[in-house]
Ligand binder design. Structure first.
Ligand code: PRP
Ligand code: ADE
Length: 170
C-alpha cells in the first residue's frame, strides 16, 4: 500500500516553519488503517512483547491496536498531571517546544519486554524520554516503532542505543 498517499502536509502548523504530517486521512480510511496496523506489526519480526507503550496523544491511535493484536498490555505515557496514581517524570525537547512526560510507577515490571510506539519520530526527544522512563522501571525495550520518521531531524541518532524501525520515511 502507498501509505504516503494517505498523509498530508500542513504548512506552518502548529507554528510557523513547521510542516506538519497529518495522518487523519489514513486514520479515517478503514483499509488504510487495517494495512497500517499489519505493516507496523511486521516491523516487529515476531519479537515477544509483554507491553506496548504509547505516547500521548497521537501514540494512542495505534499503540492499543498493536497491543491487542499482540495479546500484550497497553501502557500510556502522558503529559504532566493526567495520570492519577504515582508517576515517574522525565522532561524532553520537541521540534516545537519543551514538555514533560509521565508514566505510572506500577505500569511496567522489571524484565517486561516493551514495544514503544509513536506516530512520528522527529527530533527524538519524546521517544528518548519515554525509553528513559521505561529503563528506570526496569523494562527491556525490544523495539521503538514509528509510523513516520522525519529523517532530516536526526531522531534516530538520539535513539542509537535502542532498536528502532519506521514504516514511512521522509
Ligand atoms: O521526536 P520529537 O521531536 O519528540 O517529536 C515527536 C512527537 O511530537 C508529536 O507529539 P506532540 O508533542 O506534538 O503531541 P500530540 O501527540 O499530543 O499532538 C508526535 O506525536 C510525537 O509524540
Ligand atoms: N512535523 C511534524 N508533523 C507531525 N508530527 C510531528 N511531531 C513533531 N514534528 C512533527
Amino acid at each position: 500500500m502507498d501509505f504516503k498517499s494517505y498523509i498530508r502536509d500542513i504548512q506552518d502548523f502548529p507554528k510557523e516553519g513547521v510542516v506538519f504530517k497529518d495522518i487523519t486521512p489514513l486514520l479515517k480510511n478503514g483499509e488504510a488503517l487495517n494495512q497500517t496496523v499489519k505493516a507496523l506489526l511486521e516491523l516487529l519480526d515476531d519479537k515477544n512483547v509483554d507491553k506496548v507503550v504509547g505516547m500521548e496523544s497521537r501514540g494512542f491511535f495505534f499503540a492499543p491496536l498493536l497491543a491487542s493484536k499482540l495479546g500484550a498490555g497497553f501502557v500510556p505515557v502522558r503529559k504532566p498531571g493526567k495520570l492519577p496514581a504515582k508517576t515517574l517524570q522525565q522532561s524532553y525537547d520537541l521540534e516545537y517546544g519543551k514538555d514533560m512526560l509521565e508514566v505510572h510507577q506500577d505500569s511496567i515490571k522489571k524484565g517486561d519486554k516493551i514495544l514503544v510506539h509513536d506516530d512520528v519520530l522527529a527530533t527524538g526527544g519524546t521517544a528518548l524520554a519515554t525509553c528513559e522512563l521505561i529503563k528506570r522501571l526496569g523494562g527491556e525495550i525490544v523495539q521503538c516503532n514509528f509510523l513516520i520518521e522525519l529523517t532530516f531531524l536526526n531522531g534516530a541518532e538520539k535513539l542509537k542505543e535502542y532498536p528502532i524501525k519506521s514504516l514511512i520515511k521522509y
